[in-house]
Write a protein that binds this ligand. Sequence first.
Ligand code: DC
Length: 223
Amino acid sequence: MSTSIPVITIDGTSGVGKGTLAQFLVQNTGFHLLDSGAIYRALAFGAVKAGLALDDVAELVALANTLPVKFEGTSIVYEGEDITPQVRTEDVAGVASTIAVISEVRAALLARQKAFATLPGLIADGRDMGTVVFPNAEIKLYLTASAEIRAQRRVKQLKSQGVSANIAQVTRDIEARDERDLNRKTAPLKPADDAIVIDTSHLDINEVCQKVLSLVVEKVLIA
Ligand code: DC
């Protein structure tokens, strides 16, 4: 399906710089954005709101099939309510990664994600974008960085927002989420065979953005 619509996939662990790179590419290509993590987070939010048990596959799938979420600019809107700040918490991320291990839930969200691929093109950010959702993508990127470095970045970001955070706790949360995302049976986080792997541990994210943009120009995905 993505043969005539250019798709660039960005996969990797949480806090690795995927979001920053995706936003940069959206601005520089004019392509649409699929923030697939936000779909999993919205499902987690809806499940908690509805009081669903996190192992109730039938109810979770029913919710996933009719998920009342809309993306308006940078806002995530659920049943008319802007839930952007609520879904960006580590608690919601933890629930999202817990229900994301359920293969039936992933299958229920697949068509919704594929539908984001429209002209002029798509930047798809997630865990299984290059392996499962868009296996024919023109460019597949896989970002990595150590858990310690990602935790340091997260604490710095929280501090800049006036939120204090404990580095040891943030590192543990990141490692627990990595463990679930990397080791689940369905669509585990891993680079596609044809992915370009970029370790961002010791790279400035602006350098990463510029490198990737050169690649996009080289592949003539944009003029
Ligand atoms: O990218 P994020 O931190 O917003 O994602 C939150 C969780 O959602 C992540 O820990 C696992 C799940 N997720 C997934 O399983 N597959 C995706 N394509 C995107 C997110």
